[in-house]
Ligand binder design. Structure first.
Ligand SMILES: [Zn+2]
Length: 110
């Protein structure tokens, strides 16, 4: 009987609030897109968690792709790993490099 009471108390005081919190956060962050777990991963592994400048969806530093929006030859804005954003960023990079000649002394890595 005592064990049953302890388990009941553990469930009501421990499991129910935690489950409520997790479900609330999951719904708030969009469980269908699995953003919740990615946010936790990013925050606990010291990755950034920002909005993609192209699609406005949040993404973590562990998800960023290899292409980015070039704002100068030395700076850029990272975009999420969605194919559309990656392709748009790559297109912008190539256009930027075509329009703006590299600065004197700029050595491109092979
Ligand atoms: Zn995006």
């Amino acid at each position: 009987m005592k064990t049953l009471l302890r388990w009941t108390a553990f469930f009501i005081l421990g499991v129910v609030p935690i489950a409520f919190f997790l479900v609330t956060m999951a719904v708030k962050n969009g469980l269908s897109k699995n953003r919740f777990l990615n946010k936790i991963y990013a925050k606990t592994h010291h990755y950034f968690w920002i909005k993609c400048p192209l699609c406005q969806n949040y993404f973590g530093g562990h998800e960023s792709g290899e292409n980015y929006i070039m704002t100068s030859w030395f700076t850029g804005r990272v975009v999420c790993s969605n194919d559309e954003c990656q392709n748009a960023a790559k297109k912008q990079m190539l256009q930027f490099m075509k329009d703006n000649p590299p600065p004197v002394g700029y050595v491109r890595e092979k």
